[in-house]
Design a protein around this ligand. Structure first.
Ligand code: HEC
Length: 119
């Protein structure tokens, strides 16, 4: 048994030093992470997630994003965010912000936005 000790020690060390694989974020947190990474919060508050807008320059303002699920379907919202496409029912003003993330990030962002409703 004693002879195996160094082996156990090596094994223990391996698990301590081996880099932990980054655990993927659950989807609801991923959407919020994308929102912050893409600096959407420069212009938009999200009341339901207690996120305030943090304008960085003059002209940084937009409507609070709330209850979008009652107004838009996922497809319209994806098009609007990705292509600044003026989707049906939108204000008619093209979006000032071009989305630079991947389609997967866009999907997480849209799913998350559609879930945000404050009372
Ligand atoms: C430079 C400021 C700015 C940034 C940054 C910005 N937006 Fe906007 N956004 C606006 C303005 C202004 C409007 C309102 C005019 C319009 O509908 O285009 C708007 C409208 C919207 C709407 C429609 C809201 C509604 O109730 O109809 C959504 C959804 C939206 N933005 C999402 C985003 C997302 C997601 C990001 C980050 C990828 C983002 N915006 C970044 C300024 C900004």
């Amino acid at each position: 048994m004693k002879a195996l000790l160094p082996l156990f020690a090596c094994l223990a060390l391996f698990f301590v030093l081996a880099p932990m694989p980054e655990a993927p974020l659950p989807d609801d947190e991923k959407g919020e992470a994308v929102f912050l990474e893409q600096s959407c919060d420069r212009c938009h508050a999200v009341p339901a997630a207690a996120l305030l807008a943090k304008p960085q320059q003059e002209g940084d303002h937009g409507p609070a994003l709330d209850k979008l699920g009652e107004k838009y379907n996922p497809r319209a919202l994806r098009r609007f965010i990705k292509y600044a496409d003026v989707a049906e029912g939108m204000s008619g003003v093209p979006h000032k912000k071009e989305f630079k993330g991947t389609d997967e990030e866009l999907q997480a962002l849209v799913d998350w936005l559609l879930e945000q409703k404050s009372e």
